[in-house]
Design a protein around this ligand. Structure first.
Ligand code: SAH
Ligand code: SF4
Length: 362
């Protein structure tokens, strides 16, 4: 077998079992009969097995592979909410960093929300991940293995959808995220139309996505449709303001034919006024974007609360009256701090054993 250390994901960390694509697995097996590649690939991507358990391979090879291809994620904590329908994992990575994954079962599908970075550098003040600051990028193997572990947990239920909406900004870790998309599609066999990348609006990344041959869904976390407010809520808007963002989104739609959606976390008396609905509707209309509303979830570092249920309903009605396509997203996993924007991966902020509701600081 070849020494695969040339493929190390950076930072001196070891490669892990889902870091290598089929060609690289073939290189690893050089000197072995050709069919061993199929057996290894089947074991990893069809049976989701540990290399030592791929019994079609000879014992010695299995042993070697187990050493060369370690798992990326080791379980720290698994928590369950929504009567068993939402599962959150806190994983420990090589080097000790912690990261979270959330699996949500619905009647008609199961969706896993994966992280792409430890922390995030984008600095959105209302987001618990942003409040942590940036630690490091995840490798492709660390991203793909989150889907594998979720599927292993789901058993008979098939994990059909992946949203890149966990910790981190996927387009700030473009190459590794895209390699993960290709592996999730090509090797794990999920349909591209069931994969959604969520971005805060990194225009060059959206443009690159538009050029990819595999069309995935794009979700843009908008939260404000005027530059003054968006500059405040989403600091990266100062670099790529709304007009530029709209151009990149329009390019993505025309190249990929995929649906665009805007995420809008409703913040009390901040972006939930009738004028905000008007601006949002006007911004979304030419792009034919779908609007997902979600009341802001509480995080320790942000004082303003989410909009009241009445205001959420009224805001959705205002948008509909203006001709927008709107969904009010049901919040999942609040009691295990697994809801949007609540992922921060430290044990202090994620009281798993005895969930307690935090109150916002004054
Ligand atoms: N960085 C990417 C993906 C991860 S954030 C992005 O920003 O799109 C996932 C989603 O959670 C984004 O839509 C983000 O705006 C939203 N979010 C962040 N903090 C939130 C909060 N406190 N309440 C509700 N949604 C939040
Ligand atoms: Fe990063 Fe997204 Fe959180 Fe903003 S909302 S800080 S981009 S993870």
């Amino acid at each position: 077998m070849n020494d695969p250390t040339g493929h190390a994901p950076g930072g001196g960390r070891p490669i892990t079992r889902y870091d290598l694509d089929r060609r690289e697995l073939a290189e690893l097996l050089e000197g072995q009969p050709g069919y061993r590649l199929d057996q290894l690939w089947q074991g990893l991507y069809r049976d989701l097995a540990d290399p030592e358990r791929i019994t079609t391979l000879p014992a010695e090879l299995r042993q070697n592979l187990a050493e060369i291809l370690p798992a990326a994620l080791s379980l720290d904590t698994r928590s369950v909410g929504d009567d068993g329908q939402t599962i959150k994992w806190l994983w420990k990575l090589a080097g000790g960093a912690l990261v979270e994954t959330v699996l949500m079962h619905y009647e008609e599908r199961s969706t896993v929300c994966v992280s792409t970075q430890v922390g995030c550098a984008m600095g959105c003040g209302f987001c618990a991940t942003g409040q942590m600051g940036f630690d490091r990028h995840l490798s492709t193997g660390e991203i793909v293995e989150q889907v594998v572990r979720a599927q292993l947990d789901a058993g008979e239920r098939r994990v059909s959808n992946v949203v890149f909406m966990g910790m981190g900004e996927p387009l700030a870790n473009y190459d590794r995220t895209w390699a993960a998309v290709e592996r999730i599609h090509g090797d794990l066999g999920l349909s591209a139309r069931h994969l959604t990348i969520s971005t805060v609006g990194l225009v060059p990344g959206i443009r690159r996505l538009a050029e990819e041959t595999l069309p995935v869904n794009l979700a843009v976390s908008l939260h404000a449709a005027d530059d003054e407010l968006r500059d405040e809520l989403v600091p990266i808007n100062r670099r790529w303001p709304l007009a530029e963002l709209a151009l990149a989104c329009s390019e993505h739609i025309s190249r990929t034919g995929r649906r665009l959606s805007f995420e809008w976390a409703l913040i009390h008396d901040t972006n939930d006024r009738p004028i905000d609905a008007e601006r949002l509707a006007a911004y979304a209309r030419p792009l034919g974007a779908h609007i997902n509303l979600i009341p802001l979830n509480p995080t320790p570092g942000w004082p303003t609360r989410g909009s009241t249920p009445d205001r959420v309903r009224a805001f959705a009605d205002e948008l509909r009256a203006l001709g927008s396509n709107v969904t009010v997203r049901r919040t999942r996993g609040t009691e295990i701090d697994a809801a949007c924007g609540q992922l921060r991966a430290d044990r202090v902020a994620s009281p798993v054993a005895a969930p307690v509701r935090r109150t916002a600081p004054a």
